[in-house]
Design a protein around this ligand. Sequence first.
Ligand code: NAD
Length: 512
Amino acid sequence: MSLHPVLSALGLSENESGTYLGNDEWSKTSDAGVLEPVNPTTGDVLGKVLASSQSDYDTIVERAQASFKVWRKTPAPRRGEAIRLCADALRAHKDALGSLVALEMGKSKPEGDGEVQEMIDIGDFAVGLSRQLYGLTMHSERPGHRMYEQWHPLGLIGIISAFNFPVAVWAWNSFIAAVCGDVTIWKPSPKTPLSAIASMKICNEALKAGGFPDLFFLFNDAGTELAQTFVDDKRIALVSFTGSTKVGRNVGERVAARMGRSLLELGGNNAIIVDESADLKMAIPAIVFGAVGTAGQRCTTTRRLFVHESIYDDVLSKLKTAYAQVEKKIGDPTDPANLMGPLNSQDGVKGFLAAIEKAKASGGIIESGGKALSDRKGNFVLPAIVTGLANTAEIVQHETFAPILYVMKYRDLDDAIDMQNDVPQGLSSSIFTTNLKRAEAFLAASGSDCGIANVNIGTSGAEIGGAFGGEKETGGGRESGSDAWRAYMRRQTNTINYSDALPLAQGIKFDL
Ligand code: NAD
């Protein structure tokens, strides 16, 4: 196995420890299993990552607890300075880390760079936030009393992340948590451990150079045993989980059973509605990017499309033409000429093919693609457009994490909104229309039930400034911008009596 130049550019070797123990120490454990991340473009193993042991995990939690005791007393603007250094270090390594994300996950180089840019952006956001962790003051009902609330650091935050955003999700959580005074422990996806190790090295070196304590810890699990210990661990105040609904449901239940907090960012089944007034010059590229971008492996990928019956044939024909162009540009995602890369794993390919078979068996018509490209190495598929299925079909209700777009017809907007809402998930949604009333109806309380609802932009991706997350089986969590920081802090209400009397609330008398 020769070292890939992208790994050497980041100072990584073929054999890496997957455990950052704190105190500038990477674990030497070699008997807890090995992870072998695979390049999805070629099927080649990129390197070996030594998994963490129970004893590594115990050391991490003890050291993280010690770090938290110092960090919670550090003034928040000073905490912001630590994250400013991390964001600057990521700026310096953006090209190399973006290339590694593209290589290991299989997304395009611009998307890999874009993911690192999201880390930088959330870092900048967190720096500003470190001076804005505001609480409210309230008017007390009692004379000579003052009431207010303050936000205190929560403690240790556990981050479990998915393969498709191998680095940004960690930064969304850990940078905000750090300015909130928390210390984070990260368990990344076993499919993308190298991107995680590189991110930790870049940020931890920046913290060390700035004289800051350890804020970020890392462990990698060969199976799921340690991850489950992590989820059940009472010392972890909040578990921020990003992944499938199936695993997330289990994580949420286990954390709730120990009365911990969880932040769940789970699967989506996102739809676009295209009405009869839509500007198709905008709608078609948005649909195609939303459905085939990152090879359909975004939580916000467009999976369902509702088209007004009067323009249905036209939209379908334009989509088929666009897909035919995409098919010519499927290949190595690090080549900028390509529009679509591989699926991350062979399991992903199997899931895609099984969904296509199920769609056909339910009466679906494959209008485009729907096949694996088995004539070459790697996990490449032809993205599919499927018609002829109702929104209620079992396969349409399900999130297949691959590029499959179910296209359906509607007559009345109310019906389209009902269908778009009628799935278990509630992440991202959008309408293409030039009709103001219909746009507002879509955004109203009786409109989209998703955490994200857009007008004239697609479902895929989001800016860091807003709170990100979704309803129903997407888990209800919110992270990134707006006031999502509150999830990483505990609220304390304080009442101060500066009078000489002790009036009880609600005028209650208690004469002694
Ligand atoms: P996954 O659920 O298979 O794995 C997610 C993480 O959970 C991994 O780190 C995995 O090792 C860990 N894990 C597995 N079993 C566990 C257990 N028993 N206890 C604790 N942790 C466990 O998901 P995936 O295939 O990596 O990612 C794809 C899924 O993630 C899709 O459903 C996608 O929609 C979702 N996702 C959601 C968001 C969002 O913000 N809503 C973002 C990205 C991905």
